[in-house]
Design a protein around this ligand. Sequence first.
Ligand code: ADP
Ligand code: FBP
Length: 317
Amino acid sequence: MIVTLTPNPSLDRTVEVPALVRGAVLRARGGRVDPGGKGVNVSRALAAHGRATRAVVPVGGAEGAQLAALLAPLGIEVHAVPVTGAVRANVAVVEPDGTTTKLNELGPCLSGDEVEALLAAAVASADGASWLAACGSLPPGAPVDLYARLAEAAHSAATRLVVDSSGPALLAALEAGPDLVKPNREELAEAVGRPLGTLGDVVEAAAELVARGAGAVLASLGADGAVLVGPDGATYGESRVDRPVSTVGAGDAMLAGFLAAEAGAPAATALASALAWGAAATCLPGSRMPAPHDLRPDAVRLHERIDPARPLEEQPR
Ligand SMILES: Nc1ncnc2c1ncn2[C@@H]1O[C@H](COP(=O)(O)OP(=O)(O)O)[C@@H](O)[C@H]1O
Ligand SMILES: O=P(O)(O)OC[C@H]1O[C@](O)(COP(=O)(O)O)[C@@H](O)[C@@H]1O
């Protein structure tokens, strides 16, 4: 069982436009609504692969009811914690070349009691699980050390903790010693306070997060692939996609692919699985999560050695 906690889930509306123009009225060519939030997406990807997963989410308002309704048929055990505020709605605007502009709302303000109920639900759910994945931004009202507070409970239950977040929530979680963190390039750069222009920069920054408390770092690099840095050193791989359809949720699918690799699998096997799931997600509309038939493991290339001078692609973030 893999348990996810998404303190700030969302309804994700994806809108396809011919081109994004500031200040214009844009007519959408298509669109879709998906249940969202980083941990929710991890659970969706795992469930699409027939893996047992439980999603812990706060649910409130009409958007919360819609989120619960969208999750109901997916084969995910949903542990809904009732809250007063409404679940947020995020919008992703996708252009024909796959360029995606995301508008993420702040989310509802949780009361102290709601935060404690969410934490208690996550701790109870994590008992006996192989992984607890604590993912995404924190809603207003949640303390910055929310993910850090999970570490002790997870470890005393022999459950591994992975944190996928950014900014102060990621920094606070590092100090608590999570088994894994999954920053993207921007989040890793922010965590170490410097831009990352080459693969060598990424490996160095990831090693810094290990020195600060993370058991391992899975750094996702968009079209440049991903680097895994852990106690046994660094492993790098990529999986090229000719025409990404939507990159929304690619990082979440990637993390799910990593967690889905069997316990005890070599780092390279888990990284290859992560890359296959992440690349497959970019070939699907909106934040649709890949199923086994969407994976293309032959597109994955693991590198025997890392060229530290290799420049990373310019990314329009
Ligand atoms: N343009 C792309 N081409 C190929 N693979 C991609 C592309 N964008 C994302 N991916 C895959 O998805 C993973 C996660 O993407 P990334 O953008 O780094 O994460 P996040 O969605 O968390 O920001 C990458 O490591 C890669 O495997
Ligand atoms: O919690 P955050 O950081 O605002 O992110 C939430 C958004 O990220 C997503 O999980 C997508 O994630 P990525 O595109 O970063 O992989 C959406 O489902 C959701 O709208």
